[in-house]
Design a protein around this ligand. Structure first.
Ligand SMILES: N[C@@H](CCC(=O)N[C@@H](CS)C(=O)NCC(=O)O)C(=O)O
Length: 140
């Protein structure tokens, strides 16, 4: 909570203005023509799980392969905080961090549910997803 008060003004002044504003319109749903782009590097495990989620939901997407030694201006614009892949851009709105992206995909598109509905089971699934993410990071 204290950290929140320390960092919030910093985030407001330095980071938020560089993040593209959400392209949200009331009533716009996933049934409208979706433009889905996935910024990836072709081999990242973080990207792979986002791709898996997109495939599970049957979402068609355009792949934008990044050279991580020479990141594109778009990647830096869409993920100014971490400057990493994956980034999902849905109808112009960028979403970063694989677990956040997967939750967004689960909420946005119907079909096979990825996270359980029950709040406890959902928290448990999130715990293990984070554990695996942290462990994968250590192994690499
Ligand atoms: N916590 C991030 C990790 C993403 C990540 O580490 N991506 C790597 C590729 S595996 C990356 O973009 N690295 C570029 C860099 O560190 O500059 C997630 O879950 O999406």
């Amino acid at each position: 909570m204290i950290l929140h008060y320390i960092y919030e003004p910093f985030i407001d002044i330095l980071i938020k203005p560089t993040i593209p504003k959400p392209n949200l319109k009331p009533g716009v749903t996933s049934k409208m023509a979706d433009e889905v782009k996935l910024y990836e590097d072709g081999r990242s495990p973080y990207v792979s799980r986002v791709k898996l989620a997109l495939h599970l939901k049957g979402v068609k997407y355009e792949s934008v392969v990044e050279d991580l030694s020479n990141k594109s201006a778009d990647l830096l614009k869409y993920n100014p905080v971490y400057k990493k892949v994956p980034v999902l851009v849905h109808n112009g709105n960028p979403i970063s961090e694989s677990l956040v992206i997967i939750e967004y995909i689960d909420n946005m598109w119907k079909g096979v549910p990825i996270l359980p509905c029950d709040p406890y089971e959902k928290a448990d699934a999130r715990f293990w997803a984070k554990f695996i993410a942290d462990t994968v990071n250590l192994i690499r």
